[in-house]
Design a protein around this ligand. Structure first.
Ligand SMILES: [Zn+2]
Length: 122
């Protein structure tokens, strides 16, 4: 008899998630201007945050996207993105969250941290 385990995969998720976290990069991002500052009349509000895209294909099995695809957003921009949805938000401001995130990943002073990860920004 073949048993199929239909429970959500949890065993490796903690470790897999830890490999996607680069706290120093996120701290650096929070020191950058908001990605959409001045676009489509956006006025920044609140503190700076690091925003993760959930539509770049790297999120799956309950894992949050890699930190190296995050972008800096003020709290107001971050909340609006979550409220109206990524695609609508991107169209409104003329930005691509995933592409912009990879560009920040390339410019990060901490990019050596993900040098050995396949598909990471270089
Ligand atoms: Zn803003």
């Amino acid at each position: 008899m073949i048993r199929v385990d239909t429970r959500p995969r949890k065993r490796n998720s903690h470790r897999a998630d830890a490999e996607r976290r680069f706290p120093q990069h996120l701290q650096w991002l929070r020191g950058r201007p908001c990605l959409i500052e001045g676009r489509a009349g956006h006025v920044c509000t609140g503190r700076m945050e690091a925003s993760h895209s959930d539509a770049d294909g790297s999120k799956g099995m309950g894992l949050k996207a890699h930190d190296f695809t995050a972008v800096p957003l003020c709290r107001g921009a971050h909340e609006e993105k979550d409220r109206i949805g990524l695609l609508t938000w991107q169209a409104k401001y003329g930005v691509n969250h995933a592409e912009a995130g990879r560009e920040y990943g390339r410019k990060s002073p901490h990019r050596a941290r993900w040098a050995d990860i396949d598909g990471a920004p270089r």
